[in-house]
Design a protein around this ligand. Structure first.
Ligand code: HEM
Length: 396
């Protein structure tokens, strides 16, 4: 097998069809325009490939059921649910992290790649733009699949972008692929299911949420007392107003129906339980068994940030190429449509960005019980055994 054959280079390298040349008006920069789009689509393909595999690794967790109810050395994060133990294999966590990191690096490349296309001048683009109309990146099936697989919901999309039939109506395979990507569990859903099982959330056990709520109340009471001691009236009023708004924000995470109202408006994306898991992992990230879960959360934010950065770089390039008053070749308002996709409604892991709102100072983080400390400590051959707990428990 030769290099060319293996990589099917004859197909790839003969896929640059310059429309301007076909119209006997060859424009040099159309070559770069085509190569850039093709390179993007190849990388989209790789990202989808990685994403599907990460989703499969997360999904396999739901099938992991240890009938003996014992935990072996390569299992962590577990929660008893109706007597069933759901277990996350540690080897999976590492692989998930590795592949998510790969997606991050590809996205970084894609963000930067925009600048190469910016070496094309608007006048050159104008010279061949009409030939390619009505083709547009708007019709990129892989980009839509990528968004759906990550967890962008149709109802959160900008109105113009909610109907696929208009765009892919003549391509039943594309419609089918999009429908499937909407119906299957997105990465966001799988991450939420995983977070819901964070050990320590059980009310009858460590009861993280109850303890955290009491710490928050204590913190807010202390802040209120400090504000009242403030001699300057203006500063006092400012501090108290700030405190009232903080109380109201905390109320949205302690009151499930307030939380759900925000979710239904798209202002919060995670389920009530998943948000608790994310807060717990963030606060106790130094515990060995939370290290990797915490890194996964950081990587998910990186993915969201980089897609937003890509959207931003793309919209800036579009303004440079066609200004802000021309329609796109795909029929949208162009610059203005793209600008509207920069909002939080497209952020899949929005709640992870907003976690900082709910952090409490280190000294107020509820201390771990001996049991919890053991649960979150490093792997041991049978760390759940009574013998091990006695041994390690005594040394804590
Ligand atoms: C001269 C360069 C480019 C211009 C002027 C341009 C212009 C546009 C415009 C105006 C839209 C809005 C839809 C429409 O009405 O057409 C759009 C959407 C889009 N473009 Fe580009 N584009 C360029 C390069 C690229 C490149 C290199 C990619 C890489 C794949 C790309 C991917 C996309 C995607 C995925 C969308 C849909 C975004 C969404 O709906 O959120 N574009 N583009």
């Amino acid at each position: 097998m030769l290099y060319n054959e293996y990589l099917c280079l004859d197909k790839i390298l003969s896929a640059q069809r310059l429309l301007s040349a076909e119209y006997n008006n060859e424009i040099h920069d159309e070559h770069l325009f085509i190569i850039t789009h093709q390179a993007y689509e190849l990388w989209f393909k790789q990202i989808i490939f990685e994403l599907d595999s990460v989703k499969a690794l997360f999904s396999s967790e739901f099938n992991s059921y240890d009938a003996s109810n014992k935990f072996s050395s390569n299992h962590s994060i577990t929660k008893q649910d109706n007597g069933v133990s759901y277990i996350l294999k540690e080897s999976n966590t590492l692989e998930i992290l590795r592949r998510l990191n790969r997606i991050v690096l590809i996205l970084k490349l894609l963000v930067d790649q925009v600048t190469i296309l910016e070496t094309m001048t608007p006048l050159d683009f104008m010279a061949f733009r009409d030939y390619l109309c009505p083709a547009s990146g708007f019709q990129s099936l892989q980009f839509r699949l990528l968004e759906n697989k990550l967890g962008v919901k149709r109802e959160h999309r900008v109105k113009y972008n909610q109907s696929y039939m208009r765009i892919f109506g003549r391509d039943p395979k594309a419609i089918e692929a999009i429908k499937r990507s909407e119906e299957e569990h997105s990465l966001s859903i799988l991450v939420q299911k995983w977070l819901t099982r964070t050990p320590g959330l059980e009310a009858h056990d460590f009861d993280f949420w109850g303890k955290y709520k009491r710490s928050v109340e204590k913190m807010l009471t202390e802040q209120e007392q400090a504000a009242h001691k403030q001699p300057k009236q203006q500063i006092k009023e400012h501090l108290l107003a700030n405190l009232r708004s903080r109380q109201a924000i905390f109320e949205t995470i302690f009151n499930e129906s307030l939380h759900n109202a925000l979710v239904s408006r798209g202002e919060r994306k995670f389920s009530y339980d998943a948000l608790q898991g994310a807060i717990m992992i963030t606060l106790y990230r130094d515990e060995p068994r939370f290290n990797q879960p915490h890194q996964i959360l950081m990587t998910l934010m990186d993915i969201d940030s980089l897609i937003t950065k890509w959207r931003y770089n793309h919209v800036i390039m579009v303004q440079r190429m066609i200004g802000s008053q021309q329609l796109g070749t795909g029929g949208s308002s162009g610059y203005h449509y793209l600008k509207s996709t920069l909002s939080d409604r497209y952020k899949i892991f929005l709640d992870l960005f907003n976690l900082s709102t709910f952090l409490i100072p280190r000294h107020m983080i509820p201390p771990l019980t001996k049991q919890m400390k053991i649960k979150l400590s490093i792997a041991w051959s049978d760390w759940n055994s009574e013998d091990y707990q006695n041994k390690v428990g005594d040394s804590l």
